[in-house]
Ligand binder design. Structure first.
Ligand SMILES: Cc1cc2nc3c(=O)[nH]c(=O)nc-3n(C[C@H](O)[C@H](O)[C@H](O)COP(=O)(O)OP(=O)(O)OC[C@H]3O[C@@H](n4cnc5c(N)ncnc54)[C@H](O)[C@@H]3O)c2cc1C
Length: 250
């Protein structure tokens, strides 16, 4: 599952509309593995920063085998898989990975060309710093985060990296397109904008009356229905609320 848009890197969490779009599925998968709560406490990542518009986030799941249901849909608590300060307890349990492509607007050809140009410029410019290598590509805070998570200072001269230089520069470029995070949980019910779960749609009729309890009318979030961001949830709440209200008054 994937979504595009502006991603926010909050303290210990990924947020923003694309994260909302995929977090319902993430919560569901985590609940299947019953690992979310256990892992949340170790999640610490970077300071607040924001990607440029158009970043892409996708979820990759591993080892799916249990069935259950999740109820939250909001920001995802996550840990950068490449970060130096990783909690090994989390890294070892990679049930779910969120991968961020910070530059989805590049075609493969454009990207290969960009890599060639940047690597050759780094080769010839002896004064280029690690931060300078990323100039014009992403927000400096994202560049700085990638640089520091490789254990390097922003102002480090690339010429001083010596024999590991090429490998590190290749990694810098790779991580701009594949910034991977182990998803360890969600912000929980309190921080959710929309919730999954609730009364099954199979248990209400078209007047929004419960099939199990006559005279009980249900609407909005009480029902097991959630939509993508874009006004669908408010529309759902208002439409079902209107039907339920009219039906109850009849
Ligand atoms: C921060 C935020 C931003 C959102 N942005 C969007 C958006 O941009 N677009 C979109 O489509 N959706 C958005 N949503 C989701 C949308 O607001 C909800 O899906 C929608 O409001 C649900 O309506 P509802 O009537 O089912 O529930 P609610 O709006 O939660 O209403 C339930 C009401 O019941 C009251 N209540 C609870 N318990 C009791 C009780 N025991 N007795 C009496 N009253 C009680 C509550 O106080 C509340 O007023 C957002 C939600 C949040 C939190």
């Amino acid at each position: 599952m994937s979504a595009s848009g502006e991603i926010q890197f909050a303290d210990g969490a990924l947020s923003g509309i694309p994260v909302f779009q995929v977090s319902g599925a993430a919560a569901q998968i985590l609940q299947m593995h019953k690992c979310g709560d256990r892992q949340q406490s170790g999640a610490k990542t970077c300071a607040q920063m924001q990607s440029r518009p158009g970043a892409n986030i996708s979820l990759k799941k591993n080892h799916l085998n249990r069935k259950n249901y999740s109820r939250t849909k909001n920001s995802a608590i996550a840990q950068d898989q490449n970060a130096q300060n990783q909690n090994p307890a989390i890294a070892g349990n990679s049930y779910l990975t969120a991968e961020i492509d910070c530059l989805p607007e590049f075609s493969e050809e454009m990207w290969q060309n960009e890599c060639r140009v940047r690597l050759s410029r780094a080769e010839t410019d002896a004064s280029m710093t690690a931060a300078g290598f990323f100039e014009g590509l992403v927000h400096p805070a994202i560049a700085s985060y990638i640089i520091r998570s490789e254990g390097i200072a922003d102002e480090k001269k690339l010429a001083n990296l010596r024999e590991r230089r090429e490998e590190i520069l290749q990694r810098f470029m790779y991580r701009l397109r594949h910034l991977q995070w182990t998803v360890t949980g969600t912000g929980g019910f309190e921080r959710a904008q929309v919730t999954r779960g609730g009364v099954s749609l199979a248990e209400v009729d078209c007047r929004m009356e419960s099939k199990l309890q006559k005279g009980l009318f249900l609407a909005g979030e009480l029902l097991d229905q959630d939509g993508l961001c874009g006004g669908y949830n408010l529309t759902w709440a208002m439409c079902t609320g209107m039907i339920a209200g009219r039906s109850a008054a009849q």
